[in-house]
Design a protein around this ligand. Structure first.
Ligand SMILES: C[S@@+](CC[C@H](N)C(=O)[O-])C[C@H]1O[C@@H](n2cnc3c(N)ncnc32)[C@H](O)[C@@H]1O
Length: 236
């Protein structure tokens, strides 16, 4: 069985499956702050090629519902079978801004790594997701962002050739203010993640054309403005 794992990461597997800063490394740090136990059902929202789901299922023995918009569930199913985790990770296709095909109170946790910024920058998203969580359940996100706020479009010169609004990069204060609008959760963790630099460095080694582009940006010095923000909220 081919079993990638962060203590001894299978670099070839990860280089093929990363879609941004190494999500397996980020998920490992994110999960280390969460009270995860094996009987839990976790929604991995915006799982991409599922490396966060693999980490959760393999390390914690949880059942993961691996949801994504751009990556077909058939592709992810093949990958989960390859690593022997197809009995614990269930891939499906979802657009988080539309219907989510689960009953209320189904999940113990919702996790989202390097994805929430695309759909969750809209204040309508958090109240939409909360009904799917059990009472007291956690929503935990890790989003790449900026370590300070920049006025609309006023990013530093070094970022200008690369930045677009579709990055949805914000500061931790911006995310905090967004989630504080929602009365149905209490923010329990807001921090900058230690794995930021290493996760970016690992992504830049990927043959993915987007990583090649990002390498130019990082060589120009953009990285000093980047962080990865971890935010966790408990459903009241
Ligand atoms: C940069 S990729 C990261 C994927 C993966 N989490 C990782 O870190 O490797 C962003 C992911 O967000 C997902 N995404 C964007 N908008 C979405 C939406 N509305 N609903 C569900 N997923 C979405 C995409 O399908 C894509 O896989």
């Amino acid at each position: 069985m081919h079993t990638p794992f962060t203590d001894n990461q299978d670099k070839a597997f990860l280089r093929k499956t990363m879609m941004g800063p190494n999500a397996m490394r980020i998920t490992e740090e994110l999960a280390s702050y969460l009270p995860i136990s094996a009987e839990m059902r976790i929604l991995d929202l915006g799982c991409g090629k599922g490396i966060s789901s693999i980490l959760l299922a393999e390390k914690y023995g949880v059942t993961v519902y691996a949801a994504d918009l751009w990556i077909r569930p058939e592709e992810n199913a093949g990958r989960f079978a390859c690593v022997g985790l197809d009995a614990r990770i269930f891939p499906f296709s979802v657009d988080a801004t539309k219907d989510i095909p689960f009953l209320p109170h189904f999940f113990d946790m919702i996790i989202s790594v390097d994805s929430y910024q695309y759909f969750g920058h809209d204040e309508a998203m958090l109240p939409k997701l909360l009904p799917y969580l059990k009472d007291g359940g956690l929503i935990a996100i890790a989003v790449p962002g900026f370590n300070e706020d920049f006025a609309e479009g006023q990013v530093p010169e070094v970022l200008k050739p690369f930045w677009t609004p579709e990055w949805y990069f914000y500061s931790s204060n911006w995310w905090k203010a967004l989630w504080e609008k929602e009365r149905g959760i209490e923010i329990t963790i807001l921090r900058e993640m230690d794995s930021c630099k290493q996760a970016w460095d690992e992504w830049l080694q990927s043959p993915n054309p987007y990583a090649q582009e990002d390498r130019k940006m990082m060589e120009a010095g953009a990285g000093k403005y980047f962080n990865i923000i971890q935010m966790v909220g408990r459903k009241r």
